[in-house]
Ligand binder design. Structure first.
Ligand SMILES: [Zn+2]
Length: 489
């Protein structure tokens, strides 16, 4: 139950840009509402008529859950989840993200918290919003998600205009500099969904170590991108250009550079009424965003969380991995990085496990081995959201990118866990792979760890970089340093 509640809040935070954290108060039973707090509790049955079907004139009122209409301030607010059916049997709850029959506990929690904290009312049936009354959602996984209009409302009421922070470290060191908050160079209002970052190769006549930062903008609900060179201490110079993309795109963004200066972006689009999946919009530019060629991943393959977009230099391709919203499996697609490329039809990359959040991908300059990281979400794994390494299976000029089981690389990251998208990057010069992530709800700190070599071993012990990271984190490697970006309190 506790895990599921934390997951529900992670969904709200990532999809709406709100920043709500939850601290477990213990199994306190039927506790009173607490001022300035949301209390979630569980009860057997709210109200039932004595026999089924109900006698004439008697209303069966046995919802799955109920949210108080109190003010969230001096009165506190509350959510009650009703665990049993009218006949006293326990409902067929599912507490993790797995397809099948049963009532998805997580979806019910998201629904009731949105009522209780933000006062958002029901959405009419016919779409896939979590705000459709919960009793018609039972068999659908996609119903954990917010319609974009709901997410926008939450964001405007409760989202922080969070600052983007970057961290840098020298070529091989594990000690990181103090954060460089880049609000002065990014005067826009951000969502708290973390920014994405990519490095640009050093090309003749172009700046060395330039990086691209892209993020969802709070006001225009578009993704925007800036280019700049982190100077000494990690400060970003003023951006070289400032393109903005089509309006209406507000959810997590992924970016990548090719070795020849092309840029690719993938942004998760609005989850509108009537659509089961949130579409993935893509954009490609050969002139630093002066103009963009845009397209969308084909219908039916949407996601909810930040995809991984990485350049495969050996094959000169942009490769996209994403978690399909409807089943939690990993899918992949790619396009040639050069002008004239197009995205291939997505393929099922792995049905071995289900996943909740993606980390990053590393494509080795020699073509192999290649690596993807993700946080898994699987009911038969005792440790949910454990970060794992997955082998990327592509040989030669292969036409698909599939994933091996975690066993293919021998190990997980010990037991590191996260509930947000995280970042990974590789330094070919020192053969070092580095990872940054936001801790789970018990520890919201920003952590880093690394490993030399491309074998199957553990990464090193985590290094804590800062205490309060918000939502997703990304990492890239410039010619001289590692740069992590995140939104911070
Ligand atoms: Zn409701």
């Amino acid at each position: 139950m506790r895990e599921t509640l934390l997951n529900a809040l992670a969904i709200l935070n990532e999809e709406s840009g709100a920043h709500v954290d939850l601290y477990y108060a213990g199994d306190a039973g039927d506790v009173p509402f607490i001022p300035n707090a949301l209390t979630v509790r569980f009860q057997d049955i709210r109200e039932c008529c004595p026999t089924q079907p109900c006698p004439d004139g008697v209303v069966n009122n046995n919802p799955l859950g109920q949210a108080s209409s109190w003010n969230c301030g001096s009165e506190g607010s509350g959510v009650a989840i009703f665990l049993k059916n009218c006949d006293g049997t326990v409902r067929d709850w599912r507490t993790s993200f797995s397809p099948g029959l049963g009532i998805m506990f997580e979806g019910v929690l998201v629904h009731e918290i949105v009522h209780a904290v933000w006062g958002i009312l029901h959405t009419d049936a016919g779409g896939s919003s979590v705000m459709i009354p919960a009793y018609v959602q039972d068999t659908h996984n996609a119903f954990r998600h917010l319609f974009t209009i709901d997410a926008n409302t939450i964001e405007l009421r409760s989202g922080l205009s969070s600052r983007v922070a970057s961290y840098t470290t020298s070529t091989t060191g594990v000690s990181w500099s103090a954060p460089q908050l880049v609000t002065s160079h990014y005067p826009e209002r951000f969502t708290t969904v973390g920014p994405a970052i990519a490095r640009r190769a050093t090309l003749p006549g172009q700046s060395s170590g330039e990086v691209l930062v892209a993020w969802p903008n709070m006001d225009v609900r578009a993704w925007r991108a800036r280019f700049g060179v982190p100077g000494s201490g990690g400060a970003f110079t003023p951006p070289a250009s400032y393109p903005s993309n089509a309006a209406g795109r507000r959810l997590p963004v992924a970016v990548s550079y090719s070795a020849y200066g092309e840029v690719a972006v993938a942004a998760v689009g609005p989850c509108g009424a009537g659509s089961v999946h949130c579409p993935i919009h893509t954009a490609w530019s050969s002139n630093l965003g002066g103009s963009w060629v845009q397209s969308s991943i084909e219908a039916g393959f949407g996601t909810i969380t930040r995809p991984v977009l990485e350049y495969d230099g050996y094959r000169d391709r942009f490769v996209l991995f994403f978690i399909r919203a409807s089943d939690g499996y990993l899918y992949s697609t790619w396009r040639a990085a050069a002008p004239g490329g197009w995205w291939q039809s997505p393929v099922l990359a792995s049905s071995h496990r289900r996943y909740r959040f993606l980390g990053g991908a590393v494509f080795h300059p020699s073509g192999a081995p290649n690596l993807l990281t993700a946080a898994q979400d699987d009911p038969d794994i005792a440790t949910m959201h454990r970060m794992v390494q997955l082998a990327v299976n592509v040989t030669g000029g292969g036409s698909t990118y599939t994933l091996g089981s975690p066993g293919n690389l021998g190990s997980a990251f010990q037991n590191y866990r996260t509930r947000r998208p995280f970042g990974m990057a590789y330094d070919a010069g020192t053969d070092r792979t580095r990872i940054v992530w936001r801790g789970n709800n018990a520890s919201r700190a920003l952590f880093s760890t690394d490993r030399v070599g491309t074998g199957t071993g553990f990464f090193g012990s985590p290094v804590e970089l800062m205490p309060n990271a918000v939502n997703s984190v990304d990492l890239t490697r410039t010619s001289s340093s590692w740069v992590a970006t995140l939104s911070a309190l």
